[in-house]
Design a protein around this ligand. Structure first.
Ligand code: IMP
Length: 441
């Protein structure tokens, strides 16, 4: 019997999902992305060599396993195929440069909506207009592309192969958005003919990869294959359950694995929730456990040791302590079966480590996190302090080799989240991993 495992970020993204997916792919016969777009950044380190992926599932870095991009993903064809005129590098070529075969192994859903250059223009124009109140998006056009999907005016992959239909749909979409760009934001319009010509060129490149992804996945499951569902971003950035409006525009939670691929929810067997041993957030929005203790403080130390800079935008990430209140909600939202704790080694030098175990709102202890950003902004974290281990855990691959205080910290994380830890990551490489419970077992 095969198993379906969903890997999701249980915080604000950047938890290290790429490494975990790569690690689990040696037991999977298929890997599928189900939401997000090229706003995601997954850094993989294999035998010391770094590869950063945005759209192609991280499973592509293992020989063999077919990779899928599901209908829930918004697809930038410029990013997949590259466009020298726009200075955009092809992600297909990035993978090929590592020596991996990709074109015969990647399948893209016909139902995936496209992210167009005009979406990125709108995203950036809006952020500029918002000024101080900006969301801090990646500026890639993800929000506007999802809006078009819900507004039922998106151009989808399948439309690329009916020239007249494509021109009509694209014309309608661009006329609408160019009106807003020029009249509301007072920006230059985006060129329709150029967009159409580019799309027709990309369409030829991806043609052999376009497929009914749902049917492929059904066949895998019928054969008893293990299937890995690869999430992007994190649960606290979910459009419904995150710190709205400081969120991304898709369902980053595990339910998205079903809707974003067409595989029904009863097929999903195990949800692996990835958390860092601390917390980070990139972009604006509430972050109760944030360390705002200056350039010499612990926040800056974590940023430096953990190399906490955005993969997509290189923005410095905000750093803070592990937040068990947010994690507990996230664990419920996602039906998390087991946790992966990543970047434990980043805490190696600290004398004491804090965990947020509760929130106070207006002087009262509250059990559950508030809904949305406004409530979240007002909570005060309640911390508990644990002794650090002050020795290196970097690269450790056996639980018993961890210092006692590191084991104590992990144990406490399990207690306060009421969830077992399945895997611990002690460094960026595949080998720097302690597997306590393999999700495919
Ligand atoms: P958007 O997804 O570009 O619309 O950005 C919305 C919010 O999600 C911003 O706060 C981004 O910084 C955040 N975000 C989007 N993708 C990622 C990611 O892969 N990791 C972490 N944060 C992300």
């Amino acid at each position: 019997m095969g198993k379906s495992v969903v890997v999701i970020g249980a915080q604000w993204g950047d938890e290290g999902k790429g490494k975990v997916v790569d690690l689990l792919t040696d037991r999977a016969q298929a890997v599928v992305r189900f939401q997000g777009g090229h706003n995601a950044g997954h850094t993989l380190v294999i035998k010391g060599k770094k590869t950063a992926l945005n759209l192609i599932p991280s499973g592509v870095m293992r020989e063999g396993a077919p990779c899928y991009i599901g209908n829930g993903v918004v697809l930038s064809l410029a990013h997949i195929c590259g466009n020298p005129r726009l200075g955009i590098k092809s992600e297909l070529e990035t993978v090929e440069a590592t020596g991996m075969e990709v074109r015969s192994r990647l399948k893209i859903s016909e139902a995936a909506p496209l992210v167009l250059p005009i979406h990125a223009r709108l995203d950036q124009a809006r952020e500029k207009a918002r000024g101080e109140a900006k969301i801090g998006t990646t500026g890639k056009g993800i929000g506007p592309a999802y809006e078009d999907k819900v507004a039922r005016r998106a151009v989808r992959v399948g439309d690329l192969y009916q020239r007249d239909l494509l021109a009509a749909k694209l014309g309608e979409l661009m006329a609408y958005h160019n009106f807003v760009l020029t009249h509301y934001y007072k920006e230059a319009p985006e060129d329709f003919q150029q967009t159409l010509d580019d799309l027709l060129a990309y369409a030829e490149v991806i043609k052999p990869m376009v497929a009914d992804v749902t049917e492929h996945l059904r066949q895998h499951l019928k054969r008893g294959d293990n299937v890995l569902f690869e999430g992007a971003q994190g649960a606290l950035l979910d459009i419904d359950h995150g710190t709205y409006p400081f969120v991304t525009s898709s369902n980053t939670t595990a339910g998205g694995a079903a809707t974003g691929t067409g595989v029904g929810p009863r097929e999903l067997d195990y949800v692996l929730g990835i958390v860092k041993a601390y917390a980070t957030r990139v972009g604006s929005g509430p972050f109760p456990t944030e360390l705002e203790d200056g350039p010499e403080g612990i926040g800056a130390h974590i940023r430096k040791v953990g190399d906490e800079f955005g993969t997509v935008t290189r923005r410095p990430r905000r750093c803070g302590w592990f937040d068990a209140v947010a994690a507990r909600r996230s664990i419920f939202n996602n039906s998390v079966s087991g946790l992966v704790v990543t970047k434990l080694d980043v805490l190696d030098e600290l004398e004491t480590i804090r965990i947020c175990t509760g929130y106070k709102l207006d002087g009262q202890v509250i059990e559950n996190p508030p809904i949305g950003a406004e409530g979240f902004e007002k909570v005060e974290p309640i911390f508990e302090e644990l002794p650090g281990w002050q020795s290196s855990t970097f690269g450790i691959s056996r639980y018993e080799d961890l210092p006692e205080n590191a084991r104590r910290y992990l144990k406490r994380m399990e207690e306060v989240t009421e969830t077992e830890i399945a895997i611990v990551s002690t460094g960026p490489d595949r080998e720097h991993t302690i597997v306590l419970h393999h999700p495919f077992d």
